[in-house]
Design a binder for this molecule. Structure first.
Ligand code: HEC
Ligand code: HEC
Ligand code: HEC
Ligand code: HEC
Ligand code: HEC
Length: 425
């Protein structure tokens, strides 16, 4: 074979390999398929005794639960502007709907077949029973409670106007597993999938050992009538607060500060240490969506707010998305784990008015990602995407030590560093 021919064949071979990689191996979404979410929850009919499947209609009798759900992100998982923008980026591919609008009743198409597990090759046809108004209800009551005309729930002795059935899974993490757990597909190398909180729970960490389930923290216990004119029972609030709620994030994090020397004088160097503790989450912080991260920032400002020194660290995970998905680095905190962030600074001879600021922020996405979604994928709305979790000023000329102990005292009051603010089940 001539040299030219060999090179020619080599190029053709390489082109074919690249073609096969991109059409058959490279994933088009950031997770593989697991049976449970490869398909929608099959079509559900209105149960006997009821007139509608809508959450609002359930709310006629389950008023408080409906009101809670309505404020939760489960009720907005479809219209959520962050979802809409990322969904557009992913060319509105159907598979996302199986968790964000999981019932067949809520989906415009029926997926007949998924050749070789390639989501982009799925054979789809229009769904004649698609209800666009129901789609907007996202993760609605029926997604968790309704199968084959029966309302499933945590009780064995309900007296309801609709058929009910006891399902012990409601009092385990199993109800959350379907959607809060994704698996990796081909050419995807990560430890826990992008929305894989459940897998962090399944591991050896503290949640199970201490009897925590997802609901312990995300659905607080409450004694009340479950429906209008019903007896009082112990149930749970349908709130599901998480990364969009600064108070919830605050419950996860405890911050301790110290300095050496504890009361630096002008001209001295001070080594400042901020310890971040995952004191209140039963999984890593942050968890879920891999864009989420914390930043720990130190700045020294003068009286005119001019920045004289600054340092920033990030806690999260770093994933290479192209051409394969590879997780490089994960420095998130396991439950009850802590990490020290250090900042060294030499206090100048003239320290009058200088302030060392320590700040912890939580980010749903980076500023760059936010801008990209706004300019390219129509991210609308003014939903905040970053929250200040901790901020304290430590004056470098004066009450430095007092500010340190005030911060630690407040931290001790505000927190129970074992997730005890939510009861184990
Ligand atoms: C006309 C009033 C009414 C409507 C409408 C209604 N429910 Fe109920 N539901 C009840 C009553 C009453 C109970 C029993 C309460 C008890 O025994 O303490 C109940 C019980 C339940 C339970 C507990 C079941 C168990 O055994 O653990 C669930 C879950 C539930 N309903 C969900 C729903 C959902 C979802 C809808 C809407 C699709 C709905 N309900 C519509 C009145 C209603
Ligand atoms: C049918 C799918 C589904 C089930 C079942 C489900 N979730 Fe979710 N959950 C979602 C989706 C989708 C979102 C994201 C919504 C969004 O941000 O657009 C979400 C969001 C959340 C959030 C808020 C996360 C954040 O970003 O702030 C919490 C907390 C949560 N779920 C807890 C639970 C718990 C606890 C259970 C089990 C009782 C559960 N979920 C069951 C689909 C589900
Ligand atoms: C993401 C899943 C999910 C969704 C969505 C959901 N529930 Fe529940 N629901 C649960 C879980 C888990 C429990 C069990 C709580 C417990 O341990 O008492 C529950 C319990 C209940 C109960 C029994 C009372 C109680 O507090 O235990 C009723 C009634 C109920 N849900 C009604 C509704 C209605 C109405 C909606 C919609 C407005 C809804 N649920 C949406 C997961 C869900
Ligand atoms: C011991 C309490 C606790 C338990 C148990 C727990 N969580 Fe959380 N979770 C939290 C706190 C506190 C936050 C807020 C911190 C944060 O957003 O990282 C949170 C945040 C989240 C978020 C938002 C993602 C993020 O990092 O912003 C999701 C999703 C979530 N939890 C799902 C779950 C699921 C699913 C389970 C069960 C497998 C579970 N949680 C069990 C306390 C808990
Ligand atoms: C297996 C279920 C599942 C599938 C499939 C899924 N998601 Fe989600 N998604 C979730 C859950 C659960 C959350 C809740 C928060 C978390 O875990 O970070 C979420 C959160 C998100 C968020 C963050 C929303 C916010 O406001 O913070 C975006 C964006 C998102 N999903 C987009 C998508 C897109 C686009 C697809 C399809 C390519 C998709 N999801 C497919 C379960 C799923």
């Amino acid at each position: 074979m001539s040299r030219g021919l060999k090179i020619g064949l080599g190029i053709v071979g390489l082109a074919a390999a690249i073609y096969v990689y991109y059409t058959e191996i490279k994933p088009v979404v950031i997770f593989g398929l697991r049976d449970e979410y490869a398909h929608a929850i099959p079509f559900q009919k209105i149960p006997e005794g009821l007139t509608s499947l809508s959450a609002e209609s359930c709310g006629q009798c389950h008023r408080e639960i409906y009101d809670e759900w309505k404020t939760s992100i489960h009720s907005k998982a479809y219209e959520d502007p962050f979802f809409q923008a990322y969904w557009k980026k992913d060319k509105n591919i159907w598979v996302c709907l199986n968790c964000h609008t999981p019932l067949e009743n809520q989906q415009p198409t029926l997926v007949k077949e998924i050749p070789r597990g390639r989501v982009e090759k799925a054979v789809q046809e229009p769904n004649p029973r698609y209800d666009p108004a129901y789609q907007k209800e996202s993760v609605t009551c029926a997604a968790c409670h309704l199968r084959d005309g029966v309302i499933y729930g945590p009780f064995e002795d309900s007296a309801a106007p609709h058929p009910t059935k006891f399902d012990p899974n409601f009092r385990t993490a199993q109800v959350c597993q379907r959607c809060h757990n994704v698996v990796s597909g081909p050419a995807q190398f990560y430890n826990v999938g992008p929305c894989g909180t459940y897998a962090e729970y399944e591991g050896k960490f503290f949640m199970q050992e201490r009897g925590f389930i997802c609901q312990s923290c995300h659905m607080p216990e409450i004694d009340r009538p479950v429906a209008t004119d019903s007896p009082i029972r112990r149930g749970r609030q349908h709130l599901w607060r998480g990364g969009h709620d600064p108070d919830m994030i605050q419950r996860a994090v405890a911050v301790q500060v110290k300095a050496d020397p504890p009361d630096p004088k002008p001209g001295q160097s001070v080594a400042f240490t901020l310890t971040l503790i995952n004191a209140g989450a039963g999984h890593k912080i942050p968890t879920g969506d891999p864009d989420r991260h914390f930043t720990v920032e130190f700045t020294v400002e003068d009286g005119q707010k001019q920045v004289l020194a600054e340092q920033q660290s990030t806690m999260g995970r770093w994933i290479l998305w192209q051409p394969a998905i590879i997780e490089f680095y994960d420095n998130r905190l396991l439950p009850l784990a802590s990490r020290e962030y250090r900042f060294a600074y030499r206090v100048p001879a003239q320290s009058e008015g200088l302030i060392l600021k320590a700040r912890v922020q939580y980010h749903i996405l980076t500023d760059g990602q936010h801008e990209m979604l706004q300019t390219k994928y129509g991210l609308t709305g003014t939903d905040p995407y970053r929250f200040l979790i901790y901020e304290r000023d430590f004056p470098l000329s004066g009450a430095f030590a007092a500010a340190l102990s005030a911060s630690n005292r407040q931290a001790a009051l505000g927190r129970q560093p074992d997730g005890a603010s939510c009861k184990a089940s």
